[in-house]
Design a protein around this ligand. Structure first.
Ligand SMILES: [Zn+2]
Length: 107
């Protein structure tokens, strides 16, 4: 478990009221995919960077857990790049293939 900056805001009593207001405003549905389950409230501008916006409903967006993870990863610059994923897969295959071939020649 990694400590997320901005976590302080989520344990404040004010947050519960803001969170509920945002969920009501967004009709209890993920604003990315429309999912109505596992809803979380996302800060559009990070609390770590904009602590004064932590309790501003305008800075909050209802997202499902899946979309929230994607959004958080994008903020942290960890969005998986499909090209890089392909490259990694290709490299992994190249790395394993010669070993298999070697085993075959020895057999
Ligand atoms: Zn979603």
């Amino acid at each position: 478990m990694t400590a997320r900056p901005g976590r302080w805001a989520l344990v404040r009593p004010e947050w519960q009221a803001v969170r509920h207001a945002v969920l009501e405003r967004d009709k209890w549905a993920c604003q990315h995919c429309g999912n109505r389950r596992r809803l979380e409230v996302h800060h559009v501008k990070r609390v770590a960077d904009f602590p004064e916006l932590a309790f501003q409903p305008d800075n909050c967006l209802t997202l499902c857990a899946g979309c929230h993870t994607i959004e958080t990863n994008r903020e942290l610059g960890r969005i998986p790049d499909p090209k890089r994923q392909q490259w990694r897969k290709a490299v992994a295959e190249l790395a394993t293939k010669p070993v298999e071939q070697e085993e075959n020649t020895h057999a």
